[in-house]
Design a protein around this ligand. Sequence first.
Ligand SMILES: *Cc1c(COP(=O)(O)O)cnc(C)c1O
Length: 393
Amino acid sequence: MATDNHLMPTYGRLPVAFTHGKGAWLWDTSGRRYLDAMAGIAVNNLGHAHDAVVDAVCMQARRVMHVSNWYQIEAQAQLGERLCAVGGMERVFFGNSGAEANEAAIKLARLYGHKRGIDNPAIIVMEGSFHGRTLATLSATGNRKVQAGFEPLVTGFRRVPYNDLTAIRQVREHDQQVVAILVEPVLGEGGIQVPDRDYLTGIRQICDEAGWLMILDEIQTGMGRTGRWFAWQHENAQPDVMTVAKALGNGMPIGACLARGTAAEIFQPGNHGSTFGGNPLAATTALAVLGAIEREGLVKRAAILGETIRSGLAAALAGTAGIREIRGRGLMIGIELERPTQDIMTRALGKGLLLNATAERVVRLLPPLILSDDEAAQVINLTATTIIEHLQS
Ligand SMILES: *Cc1c(COP(=O)(O)O)cnc(C)c1O
């Protein structure tokens, strides 16, 4: 096997390599099988090697993969139509990642501001948020670790605590430059923080009163993961702009910035672009992903599985000292411990389970939506034993 010596060491990788997968399972180079409860960080919602996705990739790769956005792309137009239908939006710009989708949203908000005569348009962003690793998106991110060393940061962001409507109203009182709010409906990297019931609707109301754009980063929460197509649909707090990526292509790199109303009319020819964005291969694959999620009823299934796993974990961990909280929405599940998670990913790996940890103390589960009842039971058992052993070590 090749060494990592020629890769920039940007990741702390675990000592395991996977050769193939099927459904919720991955196999390593020695033939050992692992239950995948992190789905490539909320990417593989349909699991690995899903037939509809594989067929779409192979069929399209044989026909044409890329042509450039100088030409009509039927699959991209169809995907735009389908995504808007499930997401309650009107127009889409396609890129290749989450960060790019957010870049598009940030540019759109600035252009919206300038069109309204605001010279230095600013966007309200949250503490604990994560929006990506490009300069603008890391500047929007509410985590110093992501920003440190990359100053000067992009200006034009105003930071407030998450889940705090009063803080947003205070900014509104003395800041005339604000044009938008960018927020995750559930904090993902920030530790699976679920805001209060009225938070998103409150943001919607403030944006309506102030003439601001409500921008939701649904990159981790979207595509059915929380038990709705998009997390805002739990509260019907419809945004003006919404970004999607991760599970949109189930592993095919693709991201999207969706908009409705005034926001949908901001970008004009020449304002934004991407060479690969929405190319025939990516768009056809994402269309297959949408189709499979719908055909297999996976949005409802995610809600049910989420309940099952959360209550199963609560039962399995009842009486265990050191558990602070078990929380989440659908299949976005966090178990907050009283002490750091440290090497819990390695411990889980030893048991044949792939999970993830974030925000220092939070064990994060993001299993695929295609999990069977039996697999969900295995996720509960393996996660609970991993956590109990970790807390006793
Ligand atoms: C993963 C993620 C991003 C960044 O997506 P990339 O594809 O890694 O650029 C942005 N926002 C949220 C909420 C994410 O979870």
